[in-house]
Design a protein around this ligand. Structure first.
Ligand code: AMP
Length: 210
């Protein structure tokens, strides 16, 4: 089963996916995770990708789509979550030529909640674990519980870029909802409460996972 986690940046896609993966056998394929790996290779393509990401703009489909397809094709898991992909109609059409998407989990929260989540989000640069200063703090302030790395405040989680990312979402990603609605693939999940475990349980139910 291939499941798309859909929703605005900061709505909790990565957090809920991580919680699900702790409990169930599944692989999370994170679009921004794959892009960050490309940046680390320090290739010409990687440099261009980092420029798009720094501005909060979508990287071109020709860069992201092959990475996603390769990750799906080489996965050893039957159940896969796509986190942050597809993000526009072009990407959705390109991926559907290659693989069948079984379900779209649409996580919804008001913009005020999303901005609060993005600005308080901190990530571990080593293992990628996501924290929130108020809602999901690490045991020791500023330090990852798992590997004791210093947590980062992503540059694109700072106010100016947050605004641009939300604009990109409204203009390019949100219209995808209609596209998927026509295929009757969408399951709506209320992600407005700061209760990741409760939200995770509702996603579990929607996917029929036990
Ligand atoms: P995220 O962590 O999912 O909010 O993604 C961070 C940044 O990575 C975005 O602002 C984009 O620059 C880039 N990105 C992530 N997923 C995609 C995608 N599917 N298509 C294009 N760019 C993406």
């Amino acid at each position: 089963m291939i499941v798309v986690f859909f929703g605005a940046p900061g709505v909790g896609k990565g957090t809920i996916a991580e919680l699900l993966a702790k409990k169930h056998k599944l692989e999370i394929i994170s679009a921004s995770g794959l892009l960050k790996k490309e940046i680390k290779k320090k290739t010409k393509a990687g440099k261009l990708i980092s420029e798009y990401m720094a501005k909060g703009k979508l990287v071109p489909s020709e860069d992201i789509v092959p990475l996603i397809i390769k990750a799906i094709k080489t996965s050893k898991f039957k159940n896969i979550i796509l986190d942050g992909f597809p993000r526009n109609i072009e990407q959705a059409k390109l991926i559907e030529e290659k693989v069948k998407i079984n379900c779209i989990i649409n996580l919804e929260a008001p913009e005020k909640v999303i901005i609060e989540r993005l600005s308080g989000r901190r990530v571990c640069p080593k293992c990628g674990t996501i924290y929130h200063l108020k809602n999901m703090p690490p045991k020791k302030a500023g330090i990852c519980d798992k590997d004791k790395e210093k947590l980062l405040h992503r540059n694109d989680d700072k106010p100016k870029v947050i605004k641009d990312r939300l604009k990109v979402y409204e203009k390019e990603t949100f219209p995808l909802k209609k596209f998927f609605a026509k295929q009757k693939l969408i399951k709506e999940i209320d992600a407005s409460k700061n209760d990741p475990k409760g939200i995770m349980k509702n996603v579990e139910k929607a996917l029929g996972l036990k």
